[in-house]
Design a protein around this ligand. Structure first.
Ligand SMILES: [Zn+2]
Length: 276
């Protein structure tokens, strides 16, 4: 089901860790951002858009993780954009001989039969230094940043005061750091600073997973994520409901502990840790 969140902006929420797909109405059709997870829900979304006479004219993937780069033939054969780095990561992935086996290993076992991978990752890179999605609709600014993944982009629809955050600013997931980066915590702080600079321009934040944040929630989520990062950086106990005993996702505290452990071993290995 498509929920209207702003003029010409709709969100569809998947049952798989509350993944949000966003639909933005343009002149001749819609831009589909992070299209969805299961074949059934994406077919339903395609049918809903057909009923509304809103053809998909382009796609956008916020980053090169499998749950953001799926696609269905029913959406049509249209350009599917991402950052240049996102497109390159996916191209390299698809060039590996056994990517279908590899993809199957990445997928959650309980969903593996429901997730269509035949069109996974066919992303066209927006030209480097491009600052807007190339389409005929309200201007959508591409805000690229390291933090969760290389080539990750948030999208700002300025006219609608909506920020589509990709895998950032979630109320149910703690920050998932890019542990391959030289300074994962520093990168994450830097991305939160970028979002902080937008708080006056944004009324609604759509995270890749979790609930839509309105009003002051953008600032609150930035604050919560900063506090998480400071606690991890300073080896303090993390006081965060997303990973505490009442965590809405019961597997998340384990992922959090694993992440802290990995960060500590990276630090021992000599990576610099940031101050903020
Ligand atoms: Zn995700």
């Amino acid at each position: 089901m498509l929920n209207s969140i702003a003029d010409g902006v709709y969100v569809h929420e998947s049952e798989f860790i509350q993944s949000n797909s966003t639909v933005v109405q343009g002149r001749d059709g819609v831009l589909l951002i992070d299209p969805g997870i299961t074949r059934e829900e994406m077919e339903n979304l395609a049918a809903d858009l057909r009923d509304l006479r809103l053809p998909v004219v382009a796609g956008f993937s916020t980053h090169p993780d499998w749950d953001h780069v799926l696609w269905l033939a029913s959406f049509g054969d249209v350009p599917r954009y991402g950052t240049a780095a996102c497109a390159e990561t996916m191209r390299n992935f698809l060039l590996s001989v056994d990517w279908t086996t590899h993809a199957a290993e990445l997928l959650p076992p309980e969903y593996v039969d429901d997730i269509p991978t035949e069109l996974l990752g066919l992303i066209t890179g927006a030209p480097r230094h491009t600052t807007a999605v190339p389409w005929d609709g309200p201007e959508i600014r591409i805000i690229e940043h390291a933090a969760h993944a290389q080539g990750h982009a948030a999208l700002l629809i300025e006219e609608r005061r909506v920020l589509i955050a990709g895998d950032m600013l979630s109320d149910i997931l703690m920050p998932f750091l890019d542990l391959e980066a030289a300074d994962p915590i520093g990168d994450y702080f830097a991305a939160l600073d970028l979002f902080d600079a937008l708080t006056e321009d944004v009324d609604i934040v759509v995270p890749g997973h979790g609930s839509i944040g309105r009003g002051k929630q953008l600032a609150e989520r930035i604050g919560q994520d900063r506090e998480y990062l400071r606690a991890v950086r300073d080896h303090r106990t993390v006081n965060d409901s997303r990973v505490g005993p009442e965590a809405p996702l019961d597997w998340l505290p384990d992922v959090h502990n694993w992440q802290v452990h990995r960060l500590d071993s990276l630090a021992v290995g000599g990576s610099k840790r940031s101050n903020h």
